[in-house]
Design a protein around this ligand. Structure first.
Ligand SMILES: Cc1cc2nc3c(=O)[nH]c(=O)nc-3n(C[C@H](O)[C@H](O)[C@H](O)COP(=O)(O)O)c2cc1C
Length: 390
């Protein structure tokens, strides 16, 4: 099948994914907190950014612009990577394996969630072990011994960059999940059962892979814990709060670059920098934790201005196209992560979806640079319109 012809854009994969997975999985993937205005605001913030149409002066002929970036002394082939996704196994079994392998192949970052349904030990080799493409996302844990052990395992498995998430320490309220009775483990009521059986590809893949398990944190559950108590166990593991001393502690424990994810203000960015973080990821968790926060792209210029040109900034939340990646880079980020876009791709096409989504975004980004006569990513910064310009 000619994937590019059938699915030339991420929204094509989104539509296909919606038809291919059960409604409770779809809602878990696509939904947002509260009235979901945070999800919409992330998208709107990107729509509002435009580039200068004055391309005659650019001079460069369309070609093969350099899309590579350097982060923490290492080169990546593209300025975007895969965001951490918890409980990904209920969206598509082995999604983390597929995305990790495709990220390694394309030489882009892959970030594994604390609450992934694949373990650091399973994913580490797929992302190339030490010096490879693996980043590990940590939800701060209550017990520092368990936290240290998890970080030790991630390091040993070859994950080089630590990403500490600070924006989902308090459980979020997503109405779609509440309505569906989505729980850990999933409730097998008649409604959910009926939704599963009309999605045979998902059912077969799920049967082949077995029930999803939170493999990174399983060793920290008490022995003989029953499957029905997993949600309680997960809740008890989390610290429920995060503060600067906790970040400072993690800074001492983790030997390698440390990023803080879920930052939306200049003040917090400066606090993270002072606590020893090597960078922050501007993110509203894709609008999943709270519907009252601004869009990520909206706050980016203010954060870059406050922190100066050299501090590493990443961004996620609302990125769906290569043009969005170009916009974020133009406004001053060093890299971008995408969550739902990659999961739509795997839910739509299974293993083949991972590489296909990367290719869509690469082509769109290359096209954006060529449209504006930019030969490298840095050129985008001269082309982005400040508010009111055209
Ligand atoms: C289904 C789902 C699960 C997620 N799980 C995690 C997680 O375990 N840890 C984390 O830091 N962020 C998690 N996120 C947030 C993503 O890492 C990322 O911030 C978000 O998806 C970016 O927005 P986008 O989906 O619009 O690209 C999750 C997002 C989704 C959609």
């Amino acid at each position: 099948m000619d994937l590019m012809r059938n699915y030339p854009q991420i929204p094509d994969l989104e539509r296909k994914a919606r038809r291919r997975i059960p409604k409770f999985s779809w809602d878990y993937l696509a939904g947002g907190a509260g009235d979901e205005s945070g999800v919409a605001r992330n998208a709107a913030a990107f729509e509002d950014i435009t580039f200068s149409a004055a391309v005659l002066g650019a001079g460069a002929r369309p070609g093969t612009p350099d899309l590579g970036i350097e982060l923490f002394g290492r080169r990546y082939a593209l300025p975007f990577g895969v965001a951490p996704i918890g409980n990904s196994g209920i969206i598509w079994p082995r999604a983390a394996e597929y995305l990790a392998s495709a990220a390694k192949e394309a030489d882009i970052p892959f970030c594994l969630s604390t609450f992934a349904t694949s373990s650091v030990e399973e994913i580490g080799p797929l992302v190339g072990g030490a010096g490879g493409n693996g980043w590990f996302q940590l939800y701060p844990l209550e017990d520092s011994e368990k936290e240290d052990d998890l970080l030790r395992r991630a390091k040993q498995a070859g994950f080089g960059v630590l990403v500490v998430t600070i924006d989902a320490v308090y459980p979020s309220r997503r109405a779609r999940d509440v309505r569906n009775g989505l729980s850990v483990p999933p409730k097998l009521n008649w409604k959910n059962f009926a939704e599963m059986v009309i999605r045979p590809a998902w059912c077969l893949a799920s049967l082949a892979d077995g029930a999803p398990k939170f493999k990174n944190v399983l060793p920290y559950f008490p022995k003989n814990v029953t499957y029905t108590r997993i949600a309680d166990m997960l809740g008890q593991l989390l610290s429920g709060t995060i503060d600067v001393p906790h970040l400072e502690r993690l800074r001492k424990v983790w030997d390698g670059p440390m990023l803080v994810k879920g930052v939306l203000s200049a003040d917090d960015t400066l606090r993270c920098r002072d606590a020893g973080a090597d960078g922050v990821i501007i993110s509203s968790h894709g609008g999943r934790s709270f519907d009252g926060f601004p869009g990520a792209a909206e706050v980016l210029p203010g954060i870059r201005a406050a922190v100066g040109p050299d501090f590493c900034l990443g961004l996620d939340s609302g990125v769906r196209t290569g043009t969005d990646v170009a916009k974020a880079v133009a406004l001053g980020v060093d890299f971008v992560l995408l969550g739902r876009a990659f999961m739509f791709a795997v839910a739509a096409l299974g293993e083949a979806g991972a590489a296909h989504a990367i290719e869509i975004l690469r082509i769109e980004l290359k096209s954006a640079l060529n449209q504006m006569g930019c030969t490298e990513l840095a050129g985008l910064r001269d082309m982005v319109n400040q508010q009111g310009e055209s």
